[in-house]
Design a protein around this ligand. Structure first.
Ligand code: MBD
Ligand code: FE
Length: 281
């Protein structure tokens, strides 16, 4: 997976994201009843038809769309396209019943089974990994306030250049990816470095749409997490840093005020305190 290409191209990271998706996410997709498929497919198509009528879409525009959709597949960018422009509404609907922690989208770059570091430790990183060192402490609790011992906190994020291990070349396999387990009081302590704002690949189909539309390609800097505990719903979230110029115009529409960190200066870097409240399943 890490060797799909030696350069950080959209096609290389897209191919990795596509493979990752096929191996992890296809459980449970086969049992959608025909009536449900029919309703959803028909209404999506009707929305497309309505847009064509409303804007009197021309054959040149239709052919541009066709060429672009073909290139999304050729560049392996369906995971990126869907997670950037669609997933946030799926997440909203899937979690609207929750009383615990707000979550947000997973995005295309999660990898399961990252190295386990116990309740307190550092994420795997290179010697001299760039970025401000962060010490993050927090507690995992249930909505009734009880601490959750043995909860899993999986963390993954981009490096200070905005690249994710396993989706960009020449980065150690598990760089900036780790799994922590809360102690008897539900607490964890994580040491990592501050990620950089992230620009989605500009040389593929998604980048072409962005430049053709005059949009920008940026997400604010973020830490991805999955938090899980027996008898509780899995929480997928991202945490953000105040003052990032893209907090208000994230291309993936995934920022929420509840997910904003409040870093404080600390010896050798910054300290953050953020815990998670899980809903009983
Ligand atoms: C990311 O890092 C990300 O988090 C999302 C949602 C989309 C593209 C890249
Ligand atoms: Fe991300």
């Amino acid at each position: 997976m890490t060797t799909a290409s030696d350069s950080a191209t959209a096609a290389a990271s897209g191919a990795n994201a596509t493979e990752r998706f096929k191996s992890d996410k296809l459980v449970g997709v086969e049992n959608t009843p025909p009536e449900r498929v029919s309703t959803l497919a028909r209404e999506v198509l009707e929305a497309v038809h309505e847009t064509i009528r409303k804007h009197k879409v021309t054959y040149d525009e239709y052919n541009a769309l066709k060429a672009w959709l073909i290139s999304v597949g050729e560049d392996g960018e369906w995971p990126l396209f869907l997670d950037v422009w669609v997933e946030h509404v799926v997440e909203e609907v899937a979690t609207e019943h929750r009383e615990g922690n707000k979550g947000t989208i997973e995005g295309p770059y999660y990898v399961p089974d990252a190295p386990e570091q116990g309740s307190s430790g550092s994420v795997p990183m290179r010697e001299n990994e760039s970025g401000t060192p962060l010490t993050w402490t927090g507690k995992v609790t249930s909505t009734n306030g009880s601490a959750l011992a043995g909860a899993k906190v999986e963390l993954w994020h981009a490096d200070a250049d905005g690249f994710y291990s396993q989706f960009a070349p020449n980065i150690p396999e598990w760089n900036l990816r780790a799994s922590f387990t809360t102690d008897a009081d539900g607490n964890f302590e994580i040491r990592t470095v501050r990620p950089a704002p992230y620009q989605i690949p500009t040389d593929g189909a998604c980048g072409k749409l962005i430049s053709a539309a005059g949009w920008h390609a940026w997400r604010p800097a973020h830490l991805h997490v999955k938090v899980s505990a027996p008898g509780h719903e899995l929480l997928t979230a991202q945490l953000y840093f105040p003052g990032d110029e893209h907090n208000d115009d994230d291309i993936a529409s995934a920022v929420k005020p509840e997910l904003m960190l409040a870093p404080k200066p600390a010896a050798g870097g910054e300290a953050i305190e953020y815990g998670f409240v899980l809903d009983p399943a």
